[in-house]
Design a protein around this ligand. Structure first.
Ligand SMILES: NC(=O)c1ccc[n+]([C@@H]2O[C@H](COP(=O)([O-])OP(=O)(O)OC[C@H]3O[C@@H](n4cnc5c(N)ncnc54)[C@H](OP(=O)(O)O)[C@@H]3O)[C@@H](O)[C@H]2O)c1
Length: 291
């Protein structure tokens, strides 16, 4: 039985992953931003699977303060975490800044992955087979990290911000794989494919909503996408296959910019600065060194 934490677990792909992990009898920790929606998701999962080891934590992942509080609470309640799935993301038509002054797609789609992983790293390192799964996208292929203007101020477009954030998911995953102090922790970045979800109808203009509704007609179901993610979360076959980009249960090459180690290092430092992190692996690293 594994303890699995999933962000964005109240709808779409994240909810389907939570349901499947619950069916497999794992302990599932859902993270969402609306308490009522969270309560509903937990009771449906418990009812449909008979698994009562299902928990809910609320946080708006736009807010670093809320991510830190979330991380503290989960870490206290679950000193060992086997799987962290950074899944929550949004697609915003309009330029919006978070309370921390960060463009919201960059804040939720990248910095929340970065900061929550930092907060939970010691619990993940306590597992014999800790896995961090970052949900990325092939949209990273049109992305560019605008180091001089990460907020894309005065040059914002939803697609540009989404592409940047999804490229950041890969740079983060590869860099985390390269520098993590524990061999027992594996890192995966996975692209779920085109999936029939509401991601393009939540924070979008009518035109973008229409475009997404047409585009998603050709998509796969959340359950199909979820099964490829639970495979990475649970299969012994991939336990020693850290640091790869996955699609449909197979590794595949990501874009050349996503493999740029200098950019990965630069983004890491910038993300530490934006999140106010001084020592990413902290005590977990020390415990390992002296074990
Ligand atoms: N759908 C696709 O075709 C596709 C393709 C490639 C990659 N992806 C990736 O797959 C992942 C899941 O997306 P999805 O398509 O399943 O979209 P979705 O149905 O909209 O799910 C996104 C989840 O993130 C949560 N979320 C968004 N902003 C949040 C915030 N500020 N704080 C806390 N939670 C927040 C949402 O909460 P609510 O339930 O409250 O809305 C929702 O549960 C994302 O990383 C996305 O980039 C999707």
């Amino acid at each position: 039985m594994k303890t699995c934490v999933i962000t964005g677990a109240t709808s779409g792909i994240g909810y389907a992953v939570a349901m499947e992990l619950a069916q497999m009898a794992h302990c599932v920790v859902l993270v969402g931003r609306h308490p009522e929606k969270g309560k509903g998701a937990v009771s449906r999962i418990r009812k449909d699977t008979g698994n009562t080891d299902i928990h809910y934590y609320n946080a708006d992942l736009c807010s670093q303060k809320e991510i830190r509080n979330l991380g503290e609470s989960i870490r206290q309640d679950f000193p060992t975490i086997d799987v962290l799935i950074n899944n929550a993301a949004q697609w915003n038509s309009r330029y919006e800044l978070s309370e921390d002054g960060i463009e919201k797609q960059f804040a939720v789609n990248h910095l929340a992955y970065f900061l929550l992983t930092h907060m939970l790293y010691s619990s993940i390192a306590s597992s014999d087979d800790g896995r961090i799964i970052n949900i990325g996208s092939d949209s990273h292929r049109y992305g560019k990290i605008n180091f001089g203007n990460l907020n894309l101020e005065n040059e914002y477009h939803g697609l540009k911000a989404y592409g940047q954030s999804k490229l950041a998911n890969l740079l983060f995953s590869y860099q985390l794989h390269r520098i993590k102090p524990h061999d027992s922790v594996s890192v995966y970045c996975v692209q779920p494919g085109l999936v029939k979800t509401d991601i393009g109808v939540k924070h979008t203009s009518w035109l973008h909503r229409l475009a997404w509704k047409l585009r998603r007609l050709g998509g796969i179901s959340c359950e199909t996408a979820a099964s490829n993610i639970t495979y990475l979360a649970t299969s012994p076959e991939v336990a020693d296959r850290s640091g790869l980009y996955w699609d449909n249960r197979k590794p595949k090459p990501s874009s050349a910019p996503s493999q740029n180690e200098a950019d990965a290092e630069r983004l890491w430092r910038k993300s530490e600065e934006l999140c106010g992190i001084e020592d990413y692996f902290g005590k977990a690293k020390e415990a390992y060194r002296y074990a």
